[in-house]
Ligand binder design. Structure first.
Ligand code: AHM
Ligand code: MG
Length: 334
Protein backbone atom coordinates (compact mmCIF):
# COMPACT_ATOMS: atom_id res chain seq x y z
CA UNK A 1 0.00 0.00 0.00
CA UNK A 2 1.38 3.41 -0.86
CA UNK A 3 1.79 5.97 1.93
CA UNK A 4 -0.11 9.23 1.95
CA UNK A 5 1.47 11.91 4.10
CA UNK A 6 -0.45 14.52 6.08
CA UNK A 7 0.90 17.19 3.72
CA UNK A 8 -0.34 15.33 0.63
CA UNK A 9 -3.72 14.68 2.24
CA UNK A 10 -4.19 18.32 3.24
CA UNK A 11 -3.46 19.53 -0.29
CA UNK A 12 -5.80 16.92 -1.75
CA UNK A 13 -8.63 18.12 0.54
CA UNK A 14 -7.98 21.82 0.12
CA UNK A 15 -10.70 22.31 -2.47
CA UNK A 16 -13.34 21.11 0.02
CA UNK A 17 -13.54 24.67 1.34
CA UNK A 18 -15.58 27.37 -0.35
CA UNK A 19 -13.00 29.98 0.67
CA UNK A 20 -10.01 27.74 -0.06
CA UNK A 21 -6.93 29.76 -0.74
CA UNK A 22 -4.60 27.35 0.95
CA UNK A 23 -4.51 29.29 4.23
CA UNK A 24 -6.23 26.67 6.38
CA UNK A 25 -4.09 24.00 4.75
CA UNK A 26 -0.97 25.95 5.66
CA UNK A 27 -2.22 26.42 9.20
CA UNK A 28 -2.78 22.68 9.59
CA UNK A 29 0.65 22.03 8.16
CA UNK A 30 2.16 24.44 10.74
CA UNK A 31 0.38 22.59 13.55
CA UNK A 32 1.73 19.30 12.18
CA UNK A 33 5.26 20.72 12.28
CA UNK A 34 4.89 21.87 15.90
CA UNK A 35 3.52 18.41 16.80
CA UNK A 36 6.60 16.70 15.38
CA UNK A 37 8.95 18.94 17.35
CA UNK A 38 6.98 18.40 20.57
CA UNK A 39 6.94 14.66 19.90
CA UNK A 40 10.73 14.66 19.73
CA UNK A 41 10.97 16.26 23.19
CA UNK A 42 8.19 14.17 24.77
CA UNK A 43 9.95 11.04 23.58
CA UNK A 44 13.15 11.86 25.38
CA UNK A 45 11.48 13.30 28.50
CA UNK A 46 13.12 10.63 30.68
CA UNK A 47 16.53 11.92 29.62
CA UNK A 48 15.88 15.41 30.93
CA UNK A 49 17.66 14.74 34.22
CA UNK A 50 20.63 13.22 32.43
CA UNK A 51 20.95 16.16 30.03
CA UNK A 52 20.46 18.75 32.76
CA UNK A 53 18.00 19.60 35.51
CA UNK A 54 15.03 21.83 34.76
CA UNK A 55 16.13 25.36 35.38
CA UNK A 56 19.72 24.43 34.52
CA UNK A 57 21.36 24.36 31.13
CA UNK A 58 21.78 21.25 29.04
CA UNK A 59 24.92 20.34 27.13
CA UNK A 60 23.96 22.51 24.16
CA UNK A 61 23.69 25.45 26.55
CA UNK A 62 19.88 25.62 26.19
CA UNK A 63 17.76 26.03 29.28
CA UNK A 64 15.70 22.92 30.07
CA UNK A 65 12.04 23.78 30.04
CA UNK A 66 9.07 22.09 31.54
CA UNK A 67 7.49 20.17 28.68
CA UNK A 68 4.17 21.98 28.76
CA UNK A 69 5.93 25.33 28.51
CA UNK A 70 8.11 23.96 25.73
CA UNK A 71 5.07 22.66 23.83
CA UNK A 72 3.32 26.01 24.18
CA UNK A 73 6.36 27.82 22.78
CA UNK A 74 6.55 25.45 19.81
CA UNK A 75 2.93 26.01 18.85
CA UNK A 76 3.19 29.77 19.22
CA UNK A 77 6.37 29.88 17.20
CA UNK A 78 4.92 27.73 14.40
CA UNK A 79 1.73 29.79 14.31
CA UNK A 80 3.63 33.08 14.38
CA UNK A 81 5.99 32.08 11.58
CA UNK A 82 3.19 30.56 9.49
CA UNK A 83 1.31 33.86 9.31
CA UNK A 84 -2.21 32.40 8.92
CA UNK A 85 -3.21 32.81 12.57
CA UNK A 86 -3.78 36.23 14.15
CA UNK A 87 -4.74 35.20 17.68
CA UNK A 88 -3.92 32.30 20.00
CA UNK A 89 -5.71 31.31 23.20
CA UNK A 90 -3.63 28.80 25.14
CA UNK A 91 -4.05 26.96 28.41
CA UNK A 92 -0.59 28.24 29.31
CA UNK A 93 -1.52 31.95 29.08
CA UNK A 94 -3.98 33.83 31.23
CA UNK A 95 -4.74 36.28 28.39
CA UNK A 96 -4.80 35.51 24.67
CA UNK A 97 -1.87 36.27 22.38
CA UNK A 98 -2.53 38.77 19.62
CA UNK A 99 -0.17 37.80 16.79
CA UNK A 100 -1.40 40.54 14.47
CA UNK A 101 1.37 42.80 15.78
CA UNK A 102 3.82 40.60 13.86
CA UNK A 103 3.88 41.77 10.25
CA UNK A 104 3.68 38.19 8.92
CA UNK A 105 0.44 37.48 10.86
CA UNK A 106 -1.12 40.91 10.29
CA UNK A 107 -3.66 39.53 7.84
CA UNK A 108 -4.07 36.13 9.48
CA UNK A 109 -7.66 34.95 9.07
CA UNK A 110 -7.68 32.35 11.82
CA UNK A 111 -7.94 32.13 15.59
CA UNK A 112 -6.42 29.07 17.25
CA UNK A 113 -7.17 27.72 20.74
CA UNK A 114 -4.66 25.19 22.10
CA UNK A 115 -3.95 22.99 25.03
CA UNK A 116 -0.28 22.49 24.14
CA UNK A 117 0.31 19.50 26.43
CA UNK A 118 -2.75 17.95 28.00
CA UNK A 119 -2.54 15.36 30.77
CA UNK A 120 0.40 17.07 32.44
CA UNK A 121 0.13 14.88 35.56
CA UNK A 122 1.23 11.99 33.32
CA UNK A 123 4.29 13.62 31.76
CA UNK A 124 6.83 12.29 34.24
CA UNK A 125 5.28 8.81 34.30
CA UNK A 126 5.76 7.72 30.70
CA UNK A 127 2.00 7.67 30.19
CA UNK A 128 0.43 9.07 27.02
CA UNK A 129 -0.12 12.81 26.84
CA UNK A 130 -1.53 14.91 24.02
CA UNK A 131 -1.96 18.30 22.38
CA UNK A 132 -5.38 19.65 21.42
CA UNK A 133 -6.19 22.39 18.89
CA UNK A 134 -9.26 24.22 17.71
CA UNK A 135 -9.47 26.62 14.75
CA UNK A 136 -11.96 29.43 14.06
CA UNK A 137 -12.16 31.79 11.16
CA UNK A 138 -12.10 35.52 11.83
CA UNK A 139 -15.40 37.30 11.20
CA UNK A 140 -14.02 40.76 10.36
CA UNK A 141 -10.52 41.01 8.98
CA UNK A 142 -10.77 44.78 8.42
CA UNK A 143 -10.56 45.76 12.10
CA UNK A 144 -8.58 44.81 15.21
CA UNK A 145 -9.65 41.54 16.75
CA UNK A 146 -12.04 41.67 19.71
CA UNK A 147 -12.79 39.12 22.44
CA UNK A 148 -16.25 38.60 20.86
CA UNK A 149 -14.58 37.27 17.74
CA UNK A 150 -12.42 34.91 19.78
CA UNK A 151 -15.29 33.56 21.88
CA UNK A 152 -17.20 31.77 19.12
CA UNK A 153 -19.47 28.78 19.63
CA UNK A 154 -17.81 25.38 19.27
CA UNK A 155 -20.17 24.72 16.36
CA UNK A 156 -18.35 27.49 14.46
CA UNK A 157 -15.00 25.67 14.51
CA UNK A 158 -13.61 25.24 11.00
CA UNK A 159 -11.20 22.54 12.11
CA UNK A 160 -10.08 20.79 15.27
CA UNK A 161 -7.83 17.96 16.23
CA UNK A 162 -5.46 16.38 18.66
CA UNK A 163 -2.06 14.77 18.75
CA UNK A 164 -1.49 11.77 21.00
CA UNK A 165 2.06 11.01 22.06
CA UNK A 166 1.51 7.33 22.80
CA UNK A 167 3.03 3.99 21.91
CA UNK A 168 2.98 5.61 18.50
CA UNK A 169 2.33 9.27 17.85
CA UNK A 170 -0.85 10.14 16.00
CA UNK A 171 -2.49 13.29 14.71
CA UNK A 172 -6.26 13.11 14.33
CA UNK A 173 -8.20 16.02 12.84
CA UNK A 174 -11.38 17.10 11.16
CA UNK A 175 -12.32 20.06 9.01
CA UNK A 176 -16.00 19.27 9.35
CA UNK A 177 -16.02 16.54 6.72
CA UNK A 178 -15.30 13.46 8.78
CA UNK A 179 -12.28 12.52 10.86
CA UNK A 180 -8.93 11.21 9.66
CA UNK A 181 -6.01 9.87 11.67
CA UNK A 182 -2.31 9.94 10.79
CA UNK A 183 0.48 8.00 12.45
CA UNK A 184 3.98 9.42 12.66
CA UNK A 185 6.47 7.25 10.84
CA UNK A 186 9.69 8.12 12.67
CA UNK A 187 11.84 6.65 9.88
CA UNK A 188 10.70 9.35 7.43
CA UNK A 189 9.55 11.95 9.98
CA UNK A 190 6.08 12.23 8.43
CA UNK A 191 2.54 11.73 9.64
CA UNK A 192 1.00 9.12 7.29
CA UNK A 193 -2.70 8.42 6.79
CA UNK A 194 -3.40 5.30 8.88
CA UNK A 195 -7.01 5.74 10.04
CA UNK A 196 -9.12 7.14 7.18
CA UNK A 197 -12.72 8.22 7.85
CA UNK A 198 -12.82 7.29 11.52
CA UNK A 199 -16.21 6.41 12.99
CA UNK A 200 -17.00 5.90 16.66
CA UNK A 201 -19.19 2.83 17.30
CA UNK A 202 -22.75 3.73 18.35
CA UNK A 203 -22.38 1.58 21.48
CA UNK A 204 -19.40 0.61 23.57
CA UNK A 205 -18.45 -1.44 26.59
CA UNK A 206 -16.12 0.96 28.36
CA UNK A 207 -16.84 3.85 30.71
CA UNK A 208 -14.16 6.32 31.68
CA UNK A 209 -14.46 8.56 34.71
CA UNK A 210 -12.39 9.46 37.77
CA UNK A 211 -14.35 7.34 40.23
CA UNK A 212 -12.34 8.74 43.12
CA UNK A 213 -14.70 11.71 42.84
CA UNK A 214 -17.81 9.49 42.98
CA UNK A 215 -19.19 10.89 46.23
CA UNK A 216 -18.98 14.43 44.84
CA UNK A 217 -20.83 13.69 41.59
CA UNK A 218 -24.40 14.79 40.93
CA UNK A 219 -26.98 12.08 41.57
CA UNK A 220 -27.77 11.33 37.90
CA UNK A 221 -24.07 10.61 37.23
CA UNK A 222 -23.87 8.33 40.30
CA UNK A 223 -26.95 6.49 39.02
CA UNK A 224 -25.43 6.13 35.55
CA UNK A 225 -22.19 4.71 36.99
CA UNK A 226 -24.21 2.15 38.97
CA UNK A 227 -26.05 1.33 35.73
CA UNK A 228 -22.67 0.71 34.01
CA UNK A 229 -21.73 -1.72 36.78
CA UNK A 230 -24.97 -3.72 36.79
CA UNK A 231 -25.19 -7.09 35.04
CA UNK A 232 -27.29 -7.27 31.88
CA UNK A 233 -26.39 -9.62 29.06
CA UNK A 234 -28.51 -7.80 26.47
CA UNK A 235 -26.55 -4.56 26.86
CA UNK A 236 -23.20 -6.24 27.58
CA UNK A 237 -23.05 -4.95 31.13
CA UNK A 238 -21.18 -4.64 33.38
CA UNK A 239 -19.07 -2.31 31.27
CA UNK A 240 -15.31 -2.19 31.68
CA UNK A 241 -13.79 0.81 33.43
CA UNK A 242 -10.73 2.53 31.93
CA UNK A 243 -9.32 5.87 33.07
CA UNK A 244 -5.89 7.10 32.04
CA UNK A 245 -6.25 10.67 33.30
CA UNK A 246 -5.10 12.12 29.96
CA UNK A 247 -8.23 13.26 28.19
CA UNK A 248 -6.69 12.84 24.74
CA UNK A 249 -5.71 9.23 25.48
CA UNK A 250 -9.07 8.41 27.05
CA UNK A 251 -10.89 10.00 24.11
CA UNK A 252 -8.67 8.32 21.52
CA UNK A 253 -9.53 4.89 22.93
CA UNK A 254 -13.21 5.91 23.09
CA UNK A 255 -13.14 7.03 19.45
CA UNK A 256 -11.60 3.78 18.26
CA UNK A 257 -13.48 1.12 20.24
CA UNK A 258 -16.50 3.09 21.47
CA UNK A 259 -17.40 3.94 25.03
CA UNK A 260 -18.11 6.97 27.14
CA UNK A 261 -15.94 9.54 28.94
CA UNK A 262 -17.36 11.66 31.74
CA UNK A 263 -15.93 14.58 33.68
CA UNK A 264 -18.94 15.93 35.54
CA UNK A 265 -19.11 18.89 37.88
CA UNK A 266 -17.97 18.04 41.42
CA UNK A 267 -17.91 20.02 44.67
CA UNK A 268 -14.27 20.94 43.98
CA UNK A 269 -15.05 21.89 40.37
CA UNK A 270 -18.66 23.16 40.42
CA UNK A 271 -18.44 24.12 36.72
CA UNK A 272 -16.57 20.94 35.74
CA UNK A 273 -12.80 20.74 35.44
CA UNK A 274 -12.12 20.63 31.73
CA UNK A 275 -11.84 23.75 29.64
CA UNK A 276 -14.44 24.56 26.99
CA UNK A 277 -12.32 26.35 24.41
CA UNK A 278 -9.27 24.15 24.07
CA UNK A 279 -10.29 20.78 25.55
CA UNK A 280 -14.04 20.14 25.27
CA UNK A 281 -14.97 22.01 22.06
CA UNK A 282 -12.27 20.48 19.83
CA UNK A 283 -12.82 16.96 21.17
CA UNK A 284 -16.61 17.36 20.91
CA UNK A 285 -16.16 18.49 17.28
CA UNK A 286 -14.06 15.41 16.50
CA UNK A 287 -16.40 12.99 18.26
CA UNK A 288 -19.50 14.47 16.58
CA UNK A 289 -17.78 14.34 13.20
CA UNK A 290 -17.09 10.65 13.85
CA UNK A 291 -20.78 10.01 14.62
CA UNK A 292 -20.69 10.37 18.42
CA UNK A 293 -22.15 12.85 20.85
CA UNK A 294 -20.92 15.37 23.44
CA UNK A 295 -23.04 17.14 26.03
CA UNK A 296 -22.50 18.98 29.29
CA UNK A 297 -25.43 17.12 30.82
CA UNK A 298 -27.80 19.98 30.05
CA UNK A 299 -26.81 20.97 26.53
CA UNK A 300 -24.69 20.13 23.51
CA UNK A 301 -21.07 21.14 24.17
CA UNK A 302 -20.78 22.85 20.78
CA UNK A 303 -23.75 25.12 21.62
CA UNK A 304 -22.43 26.47 24.93
CA UNK A 305 -21.89 30.23 24.78
CA UNK A 306 -18.28 30.94 25.71
CA UNK A 307 -17.89 33.93 28.02
CA UNK A 308 -14.19 33.74 28.86
CA UNK A 309 -11.02 32.06 27.61
CA UNK A 310 -10.52 29.57 30.43
CA UNK A 311 -14.19 28.70 30.95
CA UNK A 312 -14.82 25.21 32.30
CA UNK A 313 -17.66 22.82 31.62
CA UNK A 314 -18.79 19.39 32.67
CA UNK A 315 -18.65 16.91 29.80
CA UNK A 316 -20.17 13.56 28.82
CA UNK A 317 -18.78 12.43 25.46
CA UNK A 318 -18.51 9.31 23.35
CA UNK A 319 -20.68 6.70 21.65
CA UNK A 320 -24.04 8.17 20.68
CA UNK A 321 -26.27 5.65 22.42
CA UNK A 322 -24.26 5.71 25.64
CA UNK A 323 -24.38 9.52 25.88
CA UNK A 324 -28.12 9.39 25.19
CA UNK A 325 -28.48 7.00 28.12
CA UNK A 326 -26.84 9.57 30.42
CA UNK A 327 -29.25 12.21 29.05
CA UNK A 328 -32.13 9.92 30.04
CA UNK A 329 -30.75 9.72 33.57
CA UNK A 330 -30.39 13.51 33.58
CA UNK A 331 -33.97 14.06 32.39
CA UNK A 332 -35.23 11.61 35.03
CA UNK A 333 -33.70 13.73 37.78
CA UNK A 334 -35.06 17.09 36.76
P1 AHM B 1 -4.40 19.46 32.46
O1 AHM B 1 -4.82 20.32 31.30
O2 AHM B 1 -3.91 20.23 33.64
O3 AHM B 1 -3.47 18.37 32.03
O4 AHM B 1 -5.76 18.79 33.02
C1 AHM B 1 -6.60 18.13 32.14
C2 AHM B 1 -6.59 16.65 32.44
C3 AHM B 1 -7.25 15.82 31.38
O5 AHM B 1 -6.35 15.40 30.42
C4 AHM B 1 -7.79 14.67 32.18
O6 AHM B 1 -8.91 14.09 31.58
C5 AHM B 1 -8.12 15.27 33.48
O7 AHM B 1 -7.34 16.45 33.61
C6 AHM B 1 -7.82 14.38 34.63
O8 AHM B 1 -8.22 15.00 35.81
P2 AHM B 1 -8.29 14.20 37.19
O9 AHM B 1 -6.88 13.92 37.59
O10 AHM B 1 -8.99 15.16 38.11
O11 AHM B 1 -9.08 12.95 36.95
MG1 MG C 1 -5.45 20.27 29.59
Amino acid sequence: MSLKTLGQFIIEKQNDFPYAKGELSRLLRDIGIAAKIINREVNKAGLADILGEYGAENIQGEAQKKLDVYADEQFIEALTKGGECCYVASEEHEGGIDLSRHSVSKNGKYIVCIDPLDGSSNIDLNVSVGSIFSIYRRKHTDRPITMDEVLQYGSEQVAAGYVIYGSSTMLVYSTGKGVNGFTLDPSIGEFCLSHPEMQIPLDGKTYSVNEGNYLKFPQYIKDYIKYCQMEDSETNRPYTSRYIGSMVADLHRTLIIGGIFLYPETQSYPQGKLRLLYECNPLAFIIEQAGGKAVSGVERILEIKPTHLHQRTSIVIGSKHMVEKVEEFYAGHE
